[in-house]
Design a protein around this ligand. Structure first.
Ligand code: B1M
Length: 215
């Protein structure tokens, strides 16, 4: 990690949004790639913060300010990530499932898909099966439905949503992709999702495959 990235990571950990934004601008000004700044400074800082939280060295308030500081950095990188935003591969509806308020990973996936040529309808967090279904009805051109879950307690909502899609007669109309830290490929198969992606870049590639537009 370069010194600048260490400083960005430190500012994420301490929740200093202004400092994060200043240092991200500095890294861009000196020619660093937005993807490197995202991966090597922001995501790796958040991983570290997650570990500190797991080890009970920091608590929820610190976790929240760090998450907000990371988001402040991501906002700057957002318009710069990805190369082929002009193409349109179709519409993707995405959301974090009911009962789950984690949105950083889901927003990264949205961003990566958007920059990868998809129209994104981001329903945000705590999205009920009914809301997913209503959005599908409102946007019948949708090709893919994406669900994110970060809690083991909310993962079952993915299954509930897929069952609700079946009941509404919409399951055959869309491909379903799921992801989030506790989610696995095996779980995706178990609940009959069409795909699982471990991270945002993989999500973009897999969604392209799902709509028959792989590189
Ligand atoms: Co929460 N939290 N949290 N939290 N939090 C976890 C998930 C946890 C693992 C921490 C821990 O205890 N070790 C734990 C879950 C334990 C479990 O279920 N096994 C946990 C807990 C317990 C909780 C609360 C219950 C705490 C409490 O209140 N006692 C509470 C729940 C609130 C709720 O949702 N109802 C809570 C709250 C919060 C904050 C609000 C403080 C904050 C969220 C802020 C926000 O999102 N705006 C927060 C955070 C930040 C975390 C950790 C530290 C980091 C999550 C994150 O943003 N990671 C997390 C610990 C951890 O994961 N190490 C933790 C960075 C992000 C880039 O990664 O989201 O994994 P991730 O996304 C990746 C991939 O997973 C994938 O691509 C992304 C980018 O590469 N991906 C997809 C994600 N979605 C995808 C969808 C796809 C495809 C790929 O297709 C559609």
């Amino acid at each position: 990690m370069t010194t600048n990235y260490e400083n960005i990571a430190e500012a994420v950990r301490t929740g200093e949004e202004d400092v994060v934004q200043k240092l991200v601008h500095q890294a861009l000004d000196r020619g660093d790639s937005p993807q490197a700044i995202l991966d090597e400074a922001l995501i790796s800082a958040m991983d570290e913060v997650g570990q500190l939280f797991e080890q009970e060295e920091i608590f929820l308030p610190e976790l929240l300010v760090a998450a907000n500081a990371m988001k402040a950095g991501v906002e700057i990188l957002k318009p710069l990530l990805g190369e082929d935003a002009i193409k349109s591969y179709g519409t993707v509806i995405i959301g974090t499932v009911q009962g789950d308020l984690h949105d950083i990973g889901k927003s990264l996936v949205s961003m990566m898909l958007e920059r990868g040529g998809f129209k994104i309808i981001d329903l945000g967090t705590d999205v009920s099966p009914e809301n997913f279904i209503q959005s599908l009805k409102d946007n019948p051109e949708t090709k893919v439905l994406g669900m994110s879950a970060l809690l083991t307690t909310t993962m079952p909502e993915m299954k509930t949503t897929i069952e609700a899609l079946e009941k509404a007669g919409l399951r055959d109309k869309v491909k379903v992709i799921i992801g989030g830290a506790p989610v696995t490929n095996a779980f995706a198969q178990e609940i009959a999702a069409d795909a699982y992606a471990p991270d945002a870049v993989a999500a973009k590639n897999i969604v392209r495959q799902l709509v028959g537009e792989e590189d």
